[in-house]
Design a protein around this ligand. Sequence first.
Ligand SMILES: NC(=O)c1ccc[n+]([C@@H]2O[C@H](COP(=O)([O-])OP(=O)(O)OC[C@H]3O[C@@H](n4cnc5c(N)ncnc54)[C@H](OP(=O)(O)O)[C@@H]3O)[C@@H](O)[C@H]2O)c1
Length: 262
Amino acid sequence: MPTTVLITGAALRIGRAIAKAFAAQGDRVVIHYRHSAAAARELLAEIGGEVRGHRLIQADLADLDAAAQLIPDLLAQGLRLDGLVNNASHYSRRLLRDCDQQAMADAFAINFFAPFALMRAFARHCQRGYIINLLDQRVNAVDYQAGAYALAKKALRDATEAAALEWAPAIRVNAVAPGLVLPPPGTSPERMAALIQNIPSRERSTEEEVAEACLYLAQARAVTGQILYIDGGLHLIGGNATGERGRQEQAPAEENKIRTSP
Ligand SMILES: NC(=O)c1ccc[n+]([C@@H]2O[C@H](COP(=O)([O-])OP(=O)(O)OC[C@H]3O[C@@H](n4cnc5c(N)ncnc54)[C@H](OP(=O)(O)O)[C@@H]3O)[C@@H](O)[C@H]2O)c1
């Protein structure tokens, strides 16, 4: 039976692949976007448009009141939501010493407080179904260079597990932790090739593989509180997907051979 899933940040990149995968298996997709209106409209048309039950919704989730209101607004339009995929995010590299209060608040707003607000709204208003949070394999590593982003994703990891327990059995809460999928715009092919050499599988993960993991978690009735790493084994070597690994950046070149990605 087709279900309806809200996917945040779905217009481009990984979110777009997730939206296409859910739509391809017959689910109805609510495509959330912030700035990428044209791409969101194009995606809506590509997956069959509103006649197939798909919808668009715009919101800046850094506005936490808007984040908390997104699901009540959709339900007020007569929609029934079965799933939530918290994909929208903002990645920035910044040393902890440069993370002043504002930088920390900004990173936590989009990477933790907004998805958490959506999780709570889903639990309160939908009362049954599934939640999937997009994390990062860095949740298993110490990556001070990903500063507030990594800390916020770790908080979201812990919220995933706590909510899985608190909201069982009505709501299953899981997470997908990608490794190197799509590098930030501007990453050179040479840099990308070098990063891939540091992944145990020697391959980047694809957007489609991340989407398949979401499809699995959406229907896996026995699975909750799970973090599914889609990273070619990067988390097993304490990877940080940035090319530098903790304090090893200061180590002599010979000791610094095993490094991880973007
Ligand atoms: N890319 C990777 O290799 C990788 C690796 C590890 C983990 N991940 C995780 O996988 C997920 C998807 O990654 P990605 O690289 O595809 O993400 P992305 O391109 O960095 O961001 C996805 C979308 O988030 C939306 N967004 C950003 N700030 C927002 C805000 N304030 N309010 C509402 N929406 C906002 C943007 O929507 P608009 O364009 O509409 O503004 C953007 O298109 C993220 O959670 C990320 O942390 C990705």
